[in-house]
Design a protein around this ligand. Structure first.
Ligand code: Z16
Length: 803
């Protein structure tokens, strides 16, 4: 109760800091609340773990090199069912909970969609009472913080642990050794079995830090285990120089800031093996406590490989089964296949991870031997199955002196899934077609989902309370119940209430924009939002070109009618991705020009918010009117901001790409603005090789005028950047068909403006979007993973399925 909470809170504050509420800083109050919550859910955590153990329940382990939870306090309070009590209790003490949650640093151990998906899944797995755990890396520095200096992106380190982390628990007793380098050869042991003998290995200590993943009001607390590197006591004497120690500690120091882009570096490869080996060792160690025979491990353990970064799970699991459990190759392979499953998140060729053979051999000699044997057997077995030998060349793991991580992941997994219908189809028919012909039954689709509690209940309180008043509160437990809102699509009172909630969120965002960028925007304008990593295929450039067209229209005809719009961007570019940084500079300079031009009369504003992250998304998304999902068809595997924006009542402008297709299917053609060429047309262009960007430049005066602005000084301070953009389109033939889709994009934008003017119509479409967003709950997504891929079941108090 509130009273109990107040007593406990004061007591904890005084124990921790010897202070009263009046003297404590927000940080001290935050730490006090965090520690109180931590003690409160610890018993549930222990109980959850005991139940899994006693029931000997099969558990899933989600291996991901990225997790992107953002802040945890508010969502933990919600899931613990403490939120209201704590808010009221704190208010009584004169404390605003929002001031405390401000203090928490975002946990940003991920780049974007993939890492955020992993965290949405962690929330949903616990909330569905499913036995599933995360396994990853505890980076000392998260994704860089972005600043703009003269319109350029500058990266600053994200020292997120400097203020402490109230959620994690270091588990020294669960540490394991992970070995790198050295030489290995095989020797017969006493029983005539071949065993590896190692020389000169480097032994590192992997120390786990566990964070409770609290289920929504179900008393389940699962675990996200993140590994940190240390020098083992036994090896202390070896690494005496500071430099040597530094190289080792670097292993878990920083997250690689690449999104959809593979990067070949020894440290990255070492990171991949480090968390894979530590994770698998700890799983096998746990399995032994169950006292079940090792060849049945697949009945108790499922391991999920999130993108190819953890693909070394396959040879590492084989290594342990062979070298430590004494299995034959055939037995080991049979269980490995049953344990492993893999999700592919992209079809972009540059994101396909390949490691040079020499690097793998040097860093992981035994693992490399095992990969070689997997490859040899794959070739041998496939030769018997196929007529066309060229397929082997295209599918084998080791080829052209490189190890293909996706091939390894596919060959060693019983399930391979894409993340939206179109993406999964493209995997089967194009990108992984050869593998599909070899293993058709392994391929399946699991359309992404989002943690709707965080993205609606927590991020959008005004909308949530309208929903409560209109359809009751069941949607909070059951997102599909949002459908009931459809009964009110012509109810002016409800439409007005929804509009008022949106208005409040827009005022909130406008205040943040004023505070952080000193730009004044009017909540009466259309808030048009594109938030995602900066990437050429996502086509922020198409958005910018349309903005420039609007600006030029206003300049040519200052007194004509133009419905006010605020174009809002949030995007980080990988530090090494020069073209993406060029686009950022161009957007920022255009913003400078447009925002300060008196002719514009504030009808057009461009806001590029610095340092887009989970917390900022929680402010932007509830305030969005328009959701920009404008990637070139076929290139965005799924997208998840599209789902978050829809859930918050934004109306989507989209190509038929990724999960945009499922959104269209959910809301109907009339309630989404589709434009642009289809994936089929994209592939037809590839085939016929007939795309000519320059012809659009020559034939379309609007395109010509817009592109000239990049190079004729219209937009100041982008001499080299403007030229680079111009060349990418005209000289290098516009890889992502921006010019091809421009006209149809402009038309779709004009339709949006017309529709927005009809307030009632707009509000109705917005309502229909909210009402149909329940299908994108990650709860549903993880249940499908649980049923189809992992074969795990929700925990039940007295179940004893293993007798
Ligand atoms: C990533 O965020 C994604 C793919 C990838 O290969 C690497 C990274 Cl870091 C994204 C996809 O681009 C996006 O479409 C998808 O929604 C997301 O992964 C989650 O599946």
């Amino acid at each position: 109760t509130k009273e109990q909470f107040i007593t406990q809170f004061k007591k904890r504050l005084s124990e921790k800091y010897a202070m009263g509420v009046e003297d404590a800083s927000p940080t001290e109050l935050y730490n006090t609340l965090g520690s109180l919550m931590h003690s409160a859910y610890s018993s549930d955590r222990h109980h959850t773990w005991r139940q899994y153990l006693l029931n000997k329940q099969k558990q899933a382990y989600y291996f991901s090199i990225e997790f992107l939870p953002g802040k945890l306090m508010a969502s933990n309070l919600l899931n613990m069912d403490w939120l209201e009590t704590v808010e009221e209790g704190l208010a009584e003490l004169g404390i605003d909970l929002a001031d405390l949650t401000e203090v928490e640093q975002d946990m940003a151990l991920g780049n974007g969609g993939l890492g955020r998906l992993a965290s949405c899944f962690m929330d949903s797995i616990a909330s569905c009472g499913l036995p599933g755990n995360g396994n990853g890396i505890r980076y000392e520095y998260g994704l860089f913080k972005q600043k703009f200096i003269d319109g350029h992106q500058v990266e600053l380190p994200d020292d997120w642990l400097s203020t402490g982390n109230v959620w994690e628990v270091r588990k020294d007793s669960k540490a394991v050794d992970v070995c790198f380098y050295g030489q290995v050869h095989l020797e017969e042991d006493a029983n005539g079995k071949l065993k590896p003998v190692y020389k000169n290995q480097q032994v590192l200590r992997a120390v786990p830090y566990d964070t409770g993943m609290i289920g929504y009001k179900n008393n389940i607390v699962n675990n996200m285990r993140l590994w940190s590197v240390e020098i083992p006591n036994s090896e202390e004497s070896k690494y005496r120089s500071l430099e040597e120690r530094r190289t080792i500690e670097d292993l878990t120091a920083v997250l690689y800031p690449d999104d959809s882009n593979a990067k070949g570096q020894m440290t990255r490869l070492a990171q991949e093996y480090f968390f894979v080996s530590a994770g698998i060792q700890s799983i096998v160690r746990y399995y032994h406590t169950l006292k079940e025979p090792i060849h049945r491990i697949h009945e108790y353990v499922a391991i999920h490989i999130n993108d190819t970064h953890p693909a070394l799970c396959i040879p590492e699991f084989m290594r342990i089964m062979l070298d430590e459990e004494g299995m034959s190759w055939e037995e080991a392979w049979a269980v490995t296949l049953k344990v492993m499953s893999y999700t592919n998140h992209t079809i972009m060729a540059e994101a396909m991870e390949k490691w040079p053979i020499d690097m793998l051999k040097q860093l992981l000699p035994r693992i490399y031997q095992i990969i070689e044997e997997i490859d040899r057997r794959f070739v041998e077995e496939t030769e018997l199955k196929v007529h066309d030998r060229s397929i082997i060349d295209r599918t084998r793991i080791i080829n052209h002196n490189q190890v293909h991580m996706a091939h390894l992941a596919i060959i060693g997994s019983h399930s391979i899934n894409g993340v939206a219908k179109l993406h999964s189809e493209l995997l089967k028919t194009v990108v992984l077609h050869d593998f599909y012909s070899l293993y058709p039954a392994r391929f399946n689709n699991k359309t992404n989902g989002i943690a709707e509690r965080r993205w609606l209940q927590l991020a959008n309180r005004p909308l949530s309370s309208v929903l409560d008043k209109t359809i009751g509160t069941s949607w909070r437990d059951n997102p599909e119940d949002l459908q009931q809102l459809l009964n009110y699509q012509d109810d002016q009172k409800v439409l007005n209430a929804l509009a008022a909630a949106k208005r409040q969120n827009k005022e909130n965002l406008a205040a943040l924009i004023k505070k952080t960028q000193d730009i004044t925007v009017s909540p009466d304008a259309i808030f048009d939002v594109q938030i995602k990593r900066l990437h050429a295929y996502k086509r922020q450039l198409l958005n910018l070109m349309h903005i420039i067209k609007c600006y030029q229209d206003i300049k040519n005809n200052p007194d004509s009618e133009f419905y006010p719009r605020v174009f809002i961007f949030g995007a980080k570019a990988a530090p090494s991705y020069a073209y993406a940084k060029t686009i950022i500079k161009c957007i920022n300079e255009t913003a400078n020009l447009v925002n300060n031009d008196p002719d514009v009369k504030d009808r057009l504003k461009i806001v590029f918010l610095e340092n887009y992250n989970v917390s900022l998304a929680e402010v932007i998304i509830p305030a969005a009117d328009v959701s920009e999902q404008i990637s070139l068809a076929s290139k965005e595997a799924s997208g998840t901001s599209n789902m978050k924006l829809m859930l918050n009542g934004a109306v989507t402008i989209a190509t038929l790409d990724g999960a945009n297709i499922e959104i269209r299917d959910a809301v109907g053609e009339e309630n989404i603005n589709i434009f642009g060429i289809t994936e089929q047309e994209v592939y037809d262009y590839y085939e016929s090789n007939t795309y000519s960007a320059v012809s659009y430049f020559e034939k379309d005066p609007v395109i010509r005028r817009v592109l000239e602005a990049f190079i004729d000084g219209t937009i100041p301070n982008i001499q080299s950047e403007g030229r680079e953009v111009f060349d990418s389109l005209i000289r290098y033939n516009d890889e992502f068909f921006v010019l091809r889709d421009f006209e149809s994009y402009v038309k779709a934008q004009e339709k949006i403006t017309e529709c927005y003017k009809d307030k009632r119509k707009w509000q109705k479409i917005s309502l229909i979007n909210i009402a149909n967003a329940g299908v994108f709950s990650a709860d549903e997504t993880v249940k499908r993973y649980a049923d189809d891929i992992w074969q795990i079941e929700p925990v039940t108090e007295y179940s004893s399925k293993k007798g």
